[in-house]
Design a protein around this ligand. Structure first.
Ligand code: AMP
Ligand code: GLY
Length: 428
C-alpha cells in the first residue's frame, strides 16, 4: 500500500524531510510559506499556519493521510500531534505534554532532576523576575539566563560570555518573561545528537555541531543556526566514543522516563571537562542538523514511520560513511533586523554537487522572496569534513546579493580550534 504522508512545516529542515520521503510515498505539506524545494517533491502544499490545528487536521482528512511528520516545535506546542493522532492520523512527533521537554525549559530541568537523568547542570527556576535578579547578584560565578518558553533559540543570555550580570538583569526586566531558569554556565564544546524514538526504541544518528552565532569566529547574537557539520563516523573530531556513548545514555534515560514519547528527540550537549552535560532537549529534528543527518541516512525514513505507527520495533539505522557540511544563506540583518520581502535569485546550476535546501523563502508568481528567517542552505558530502566543506563553500556562489553566509563553518582552522579547546579543558 502506498502511504500518504502529511508533512507540517516549510523550512530547510522540512525540505530535508521531504527529500527523505518523497520517493517512497505520496507526500503533501502544510506550511505558512511556499517552499519551492518542497513544492517540487510534494503533490501539493496547503498554505496554512503550522499552528492552525483545525485546518491541518481538515487537510489531513481531505488527502486521506495515513501518517504525519511534524517539523517545527511551534506545531508541537500547539498540539498538532495530539489532534492528528486523535483524528486517526499517526503522527511522528510528540504530543503537547511530552513536547514540554522542549517547550518549557523549567519543566525540562525538573524532569531531569526528578528522573535522575544524567548531565543536568545546577539550576533554579523563578516566576518572579526580581527574585531572579537577586539570585544573579548573590551567585558567585557565571550563569546562563533562560526564558522558560520558546524563543527560537535566541532568548538565552550567558553571563561572562555574551553579557555582564548587569546586562542580564536589565534584559530580564525589559522582557518581563513569566518564568526563567538560571543555571550553571557550562564551558566546553557543543554538539547535537538526534534520536528517532517510538515504542520505547531509541535509534541514534551521527553527532553534529551547529553554529549558533551570527558571524564568523563565533561572534554576534545567537541565531536559529548558521550551519553545521558531521563527520564520516558517528562522532566529531573533538570528542571520543565515550562522550558519544554518554550522550546516548542521556537520551535513553529520557525515553525510559517518557515511554510514550514518539518522534525525534534532539539532545543539545555541552562537552565539558567532565563529559557531556545537557544544554537542552528539542522535540523535533534540528534545523540545520536535519540537513546533515537525513542525506546520509541509508535506512528508509518511511520504514521508521510505519514501524512507529504499527507498534513495531524501529529498524536499525544505517548511514553512508560521509562527512557533511551545511551552510545557510540568511537575509541581511538576520537575526536582529532581517530584511524580509526582498526578492532573491538562487542559481541552482552553480550549486554543483552540493545539495540545495530551500528554507523560509516564499515562492510567488514573480519570484522568490525572503522572510525574516533563514533563506536556503547548501550541504556538501565528502569523505572528510574538509572535502565536504569545499563542496558546500563552492556552492555558496548561489547566494545572491542581500544574503549573508558564514564561510568559516567546517573549515580546518575552526575544527582545529575546537580540538585545542577540548584538549585544554581536559588538560591533555
Ligand atoms: P538553548 O535555547 O537552551 O539551546 O540555548 C541557546 C544557546 O545558549 C546554547 O546553544 C548555548 O550556546 C547557550 N547555553 C544554553 N545554556 C547554557 C549553559 N548552561 N551554559 C552555557 N551556555 C548555555
Ligand atoms: N539547530 C538548533 C535547533 O534546531 O534548535
Amino acid at each position: 500500500m502506498t502511504e500518504t504522508v502529511l508533512l507540517v512545516g516549510g523550512g530547510g529542515r522540512e525540505h530535508a524531510i521531504a527529500r527523505a520521503l518523497a520517493d517512497d510515498c505520496e507526500l503533501y505539506a502544510c506550511a505558512s510559506n511556499r517552499n519551492p524545494g518542497i513544492g517540487r517533491l510534494a503533490e501539493a502544499i496547503e498554505l496554512v499556519d503550522e499552528t492552525a490545528v483545525e485546518e491541518i487536521v481538515d487537510y489531513a482528512e481531505e488527502i486521506s493521510a495515513t501518517l504525519a511528520v511534524i517539523g517545527p516545535e511551534s506545531a508541537l506546542a500547539a498540539g498538532v500531534a495530539d489532534a492528528l493522532d486523535e483524528a486517526g492520523v499517526y503522527t511522528f512527533g510528540p504530543r503537547e505534554e511530552a513536547a514540554r521537554i522542549e517547550t518549557d525549559k523549567a519543566y525540562q530541568r525538573r524532569f531531569m532532576r526528578d528522573h535522575d537523568v544524567p548531565g543536568c547542570p545546577a539550576f533554579e527556576t523563578f516566576d518572579d523576575i526580581e527574585a531572579a535578579c537577586d539570585y544573579i547578584d548573590a551567585f558567585d560565578g557565571d550563569l546562563a539566563v533562560k526564558p522558560a518558553g520558546l524563543t527560537g533559540g535566541k532568548g538565552v543570555k550567558v553571563i561572562g560570555d555574551q553579557v555582564t550580570k548587569a546586562e542580564a538583569k536589565a534584559y530580564l526586566r525589559e522582557e518581563s518573561y513569566d518564568r526563567v531558569v538560571l543555571e550553571e554556565r557550562l564551558v566546553g564544546e557543543e554538539f547535537t545528537v538526534q534520536a528517532l524514538v517510538a515504542n520505547g526504541d531509541v535509534r541514534v544518528t551521527p553527532a553534529v555541531q551547529d553554529h549558533k552565532r551570527a558571524y564568523e569566529g563565533d561572534e554576534g547574537p545567537n541565531t536559529g543556526g548558521m550551519g553545521s557539520y558531521s563527520d564520516a563516523s558517528l562522532i566529531l573530531p573533538f570528542m571520543t566514543e565515550d562522550d558519544y556513548a554518554a550522550a546516548i545514555e542521556i537520551l535513553q534515560a529520557v525515553v525510559d522516563a517518557l515511554p510514550e514519547y514518539k518522534g525525534v528527540l534532539y539532545g543539545q550537549f555541552m562537552l565539558t571537562a567532565d563529559g557531556p552535560k545537557v544544554v537542552e532537549f528539542n522535540a523535533r529534528f534540528g534545523d540545520p542538523e536535519a540537513m546533515n543527518t537525513l542525506p546520509v541516512l541509508r535506512t528508509r525514513f518511511l520504514d521508521v514511520l510505519t514501524a512507529a505507527r504499527d507498534g513495531n520495533s524501529l529498524p536499525e539505522l544505517h548511514f553512508d560513511r560521509k562527512a557533511t557540511v551545511c551552510k545557510y544563506a540568511v537575509p541581511d540583518g538576520y537575526p536582529t533586523e532581517p530584511t524580509a520581502g526582498a526578492r532573491i535569485a538562487v542559481d541552482e546550476e552553480s550549486v554543483g554537487e552540493a545539495l540545495l535546501f530551500y528554507a523560509s523563502v516564499d515562492e510567488r508568481d514573480d519570484g522568490l522572496y525572503t522572510t525574516t528567517s533563514r533563506s536556503f542552505a547548501v550541504v556538501g558530502l565528502g569523505d572528510t569534513i574538509e572535502q565536504a566543506e569545499g563542496i558546500a563553500d563552492g556552492a555558496l556562489a548561489a547566494a545572491d546579493e542581500g544574503l549573508r553566509v558564514r564561510h568559516d563553518i567546517g573549515k580546518h582552522e575552526l575544527l582545529r580550534a575546537r580540538i585545542d579547546h577540548m584538549d585544554e579543558l581536559r588538560g591533555s
